[in-house]
Design a protein around this ligand. Sequence first.
Ligand code: NAD
Length: 329
Amino acid sequence: MVDFQALIASARVTLLASGNQRGIAFDAARDIPAQTGKVILVTGGAGDLGRTVATEFARHGPARVYIADLPREDGGASVVAAVRAAVGDENAPVRYLGVDLASFESIKTAVREFCAAEERLDVAVLNAGIMRVRPGVTEEGYEIAFGINYLGHALLTRLLMPTLLRTAELPGADVRVVAVSSEGHNMAPKGGIVFDKLKGTFEEIKYYQRYGQSKVAIIGFARELAQRHPQIKVVAVHPGRIITGMAHGLQKESLLFKVTAPISPLFCVSPEIGVRNHLWAATGADVVSGKYYEPVGVPDKETTVAKDTELSKKLWEWTEKALEGIVLE
Ligand SMILES: NC(=O)c1ccc[n+]([C@@H]2O[C@H](COP(=O)([O-])OP(=O)(O)OC[C@H]3O[C@@H](n4cnc5c(N)ncnc54)[C@H](O)[C@@H]3O)[C@@H](O)[C@H]2O)c1
């Protein structure tokens, strides 16, 4: 029997993944200012977009770029080597930081490791994400997409906040937090965030709705964080539509995706173009804190649910309670 709902969902995800964002003027080589002395951290930095962001930053002379992604057997050496090769400098200042955003303990361990090595953090790109995954929960029992895409990032940011704020006091500082959302936030369930279902698998809704919920949350988080910390810039972005690890996962399972895969490169952009939003938000002069940008440079394109300040306030309060008492001892 044909599952029409799943078919329509696949079609929608395929379309989302096959649009384009041509015309974005930001050119990484030309427009990223020198990052001399800066420390940059990119979550999901081993993935297609995160690795490209790390590479572009590493080309602009920072003190260090941290690739924060799932712990690996080789300690991330192969990812670091790949970024250095792409930069064309075998000594490019790139490090791997193993972190599982689905585990509070892992996040604490990673932040301890980071803080033991670094005095400052200039840019945090909250880019890690999952989309088409089977229903599941994080170590603490939160719905897996919400837990990784949003809550893990909220805890990571909270634990890094003293370092970000200290950095903001340094002469010439320009501290940024870039929260990677998605136009897919409009696939969230009614109301945007279903607070009484954030624990547990929430399998009564589809994977794309759970993904949408997590991306509504990250937009609201950016707005609330920006209001509380005017000394740093916090923005949410949609990167555009790019065939990446996420899309490959779909290709394996979806008939529709298999059929459209051969032509989707005609409509998608490369990771190099896809990360322009990330890089512009992280370094551009005309970025307004608290906004969601889709596409680059055009704020306020979010849907009604993402603009909902009551919802983001409620999310902030919920998050404060969920993360209460979690400190770096
Ligand atoms: N590709 C697109 O078209 C598109 C569109 C809109 C938004 N995005 C967003 O862009 C971001 C980057 O995605 P991508 O397209 O590069 O996909 P990707 O799958 O290539 O990269 C995602 C990365 O996140 C990491 N990750 C997953 N679970 C993790 C965990 N528990 N802890 C730490 N890291 C974890 C993965 O290991 C991977 O390296 C995501 O937030 C995604 O939602 C992508």
